[in-house]
Write a protein that binds this ligand. Structure first.
Ligand code: NAD
Ligand code: TDX
Length: 336
């Protein structure tokens, strides 16, 4: 059995990756290491918790006593665990530095002591390039992160690279664009807006709604990671973009249309501080390896809206019964 450690496997992308990995690779044993923060939920893995090829470990990547032996026992590490919400990093950045930078350091130190380790996939983000006025970011572009989340991810991104350059740890760095799909925590724009719309609650659109994000279906992301695990080159960085650049206002209109609601639900609110105007990824490097996104955005968005409509069991407990979530929504949007 090939032993794969997935950190942050109870989060949005991590849980989709765990499910994809178990389905795609009969010879993989997957261990999820997750702290179960507000964003990590066992419900995200409900259908694979009893799979004999999956082990769930509740623990913190910053805890070397827990994380170290798991890394040392692995063939591949796919490191998703992070604090991930830009708005929360603007409110308070401490947890981002702790988990995204220091947590990555703990894992990399363990990787350094693991001669059997074949891959360490450092999941970075397109946000490390900062706002892109024109053209698209390529992997050799300068990093210009502009919010505390992006800066902490950039720190981890280069720290991981340094462990390849210095210690020969088999690191690959990936920078993906905005993911969408099932099991995304309802603080990010798509699940927040879909679930608000279902209940006829206004959707808070920041600024003039003209900010552009590139959307990547989470399964296309998983397929790219799978390819890189098998045929990527250590020490290299790979952009993973969906090729779907959409203004937030157009995304919002599409969500409302698929949810069967009118644009009267759009509520323009004060802009995010330091709001990056546009992200855009050049993906020629990955495409040259044979990867192409397979999910068309229009269909993927329609299916994603349908998933939240069909899975109220998953999100209603968060939105209606989690006091921490309600406090966050009030702090973020109450006076906006
Ligand atoms: P998420 O917030 O849904 O999940 C993060 C997971 O990490 C949660 O399960 C959480 O419990 C876990 N976690 C947090 N701190 C931890 C710690 N100290 N120890 C162990 N587990 C911890 O995030 P996501 O959207 O699935 O993002 C996953 C990764 O992909 C992150 O590294 C993020 O920066 C990156 N990324 C995300 C996107 C996107 O659009 N969502 C795009 C590019 C890159
Ligand atoms: O209520 C909102 N209103 C709004 O207009 C929210 C939550 C967001 N927005 C805007 C801000 C962004 O321009 O929508 C866009 C997308 O926002 P988020 O869903 O918060 O994502 P973003 O800030 O782009 O970051 C995401 O993509 C890169 C992920 O959260 C990161 O983890 C990833 O690295």
């Amino acid at each position: 059995m090939i032993k794969v450690l997935v950190t942050g496997g109870a989060g949005f992308i991590g849980s989709n990756f765990v499910r994809y990995a178990l389905k795609t690779h009969a010879d993989w044993h997957v261990t999820t290491l997750d702290k179960l923060t507000y964003a990590g939920r066992k419900e995200n893995l409900h259908d694979v918790m009893d799979d004999p090829r999956h082990t769930f470990v509740h623990g913190d990547i910053c805890d070397a006593a827990v994380a170290g032996p798991l890394v040392e026992a692995s063939d591949y590490v796919v490191h998703f665990a992070a604090e991930t919400h830009v708005d929360r990093s603007i409110m308070a950045a401490g947890d981002f530095i702790k988990t995204d930078v220091e947590g990555s350091f703990v894992l990399l130190e363990a990787a350094r002591r693991s001669p059997a380790l074949k891959r360490f996939i450092q999941i970075s983000t397109d946000e490390v390039y900062g706002s892109v006025a024109e053209g698209s970011s390529t992997e050799t572009d300068e990093l210009k992160p502009r919010n505390p989340y992006a800066a902490s991810k950039a720190g981890a991104d280069r720290l991981a690279y340094s462990y390849w350059a210095t210690h020969d740890v088999p690191v690959i760095v990936t920078r993906a664009s905005n993911n969408y799909g099932p099991y995304q925590f309802p603080e990010k724009i798509i699940p927040l807006f879909v679930t608000n719309a279902m209940d006829d609650i206004p959707v808070p659109l920041y600024g003039d709604g003209g900010n552009v994000r590139d959307w990547l279906h989470v399964l296309d992301h998983c397929r790219a990671l799978d390819l890189l695990i098998h045929t990527g080159k250590n020490g290299e960085t790979y952009n993973i973009g969906g090729g779907n650049e959409v203004r937030n206002v157009d995304l919002t209109r599409a969500i409302l249309k698929h949810a069967g609601k009118t644009e009267a639900l759009i509520r323009p609110v004060a802009d995010r501080k330091g709001h990056d105007r546009r992200y855009s990824l050049g993906t020629a490097k990955l495409q040259a390896m044979g990867w192409q996104p397979q999910v068309a955005f229009e269909q993927g968005l329609r299916d994603t809206v349908a998933w939240y409509q069909a899975n109220e069991w998953w999100w209603r407990p968060i939105k209606e019964r989690d006091p921490a979530y309600k406090a966050y929504i009030e702090a973020q949007y109450g006076k906006r």
